[in-house]
Design a protein around this ligand. Sequence first.
Ligand SMILES: *Cc1c(COP(=O)(O)O)cnc(C)c1O
Length: 394
Amino acid sequence: MNKVVYMDYAATTFVKPEVLEEMIPYYTEKFGNPSSFYAVSRETKMAIDKARGNVAKTLNCDLNEIYFTGGGSEADNWAIKGIAYAHRNKGNHIITSKIEHHAVLHTCQYLEKQGFEVTYLDVDSEGFINIDDLKNAITDRTILVSIMFANNEIGTIQPIKEIGAICKEKKIFFHTDAVQAIGNVKIDVKEMNIDLLSLAGHKIYAPKGVGALYIRKGIRIDNLIHGGSQERARRAGTENIPGIVGLGKAIEIANNNLESHAEKMTFLRDKLIDGLLKVPYTRLNGPKGDKRLPGNVNVCFEFIEGESILLSLDFEGVCASSGSACTSGSLDPSHVLLAIGLPHEIAHGSLRLTLGENSTEEEVDYVLEVIPPIIKRLREMSPLWEDFLKKGDK
Ligand SMILES: *Cc1c(COP(=O)(O)O)cnc(C)c1O
């Protein structure tokens, strides 16, 4: 295969041509500032509203409950800090999980320094939180529960509706980071009792640097970005119109094709998983079946390092990720893999392959052809493997 095989869609996606096409006029002729009063600016204001409508429709909420942000991380920061600061008179306790994205985890750690208390729920060996643990963690000081919809590393889809019902009953705000779930899983914020939800453009074929936060009507929340009165005076800054237009178009396409996309991804995912598990001493991280994100594959090859697998795959034209990619520069294995109970040495041998729009069965077959010899070669150079063989001889 001469071309590059991209299997890192959970890290970012390309911008779909239809999405880019909608965006381009807003860089050139339709450049007006939506806060101005002439016709060119009304055009941009209408474009924002159209995009807002598309996001609202996808989530089943009102258009006035959607606020555009500068990406998923900003939406997570805003939801958590905004609720924490606005409701600290009621309580200072927040509940989250150990496998959240760093945009949530590091925000919670920051708030701990500001006097908030945070409970980081454990997860089981497949990455699910335990509902009883959640109930037991709630105190009369708890103001916010933040649990991600679907995990970016191991694909675990949490029981969001159940979590939402508990939070509703206890009158605690429920935020979910749905950056990975959007476009892959049906989301209904009403039915699922979600109060705040984060999403990002660049994981669903819109550009980087644009996202949105859904805030249920009537919720009091502090601003994160102060300044002008954009986004109904809740998120200041001249709007990223092309980005917002792109997000609106991309989410519309994703929502219209949700089932067929998920079906295709699930087929390729399961073929990839089955093939990879034929390599000896390989384990799947995260659940099997419909509680796993359709395009997510994450495995550990024992006795070797994820980074060396990535280098070898790169040499074969395959773009993939290892669990520790987000913290590259540090030698710590992924916090998610440690949280599901993997020992350090096994967590180090992880490989994440994530599928998307342009993935094909041919690519899956190619990856399944190149990986076994790579693993074999790396193990032959591995002192851990040598030790293991020696022990086996005894
Ligand atoms: C990518 C991602 C984010 C961060 O979104 P950005 O737009 O890159 O800031 C947050 N949460 C999850 C689960 C993600 O996958």
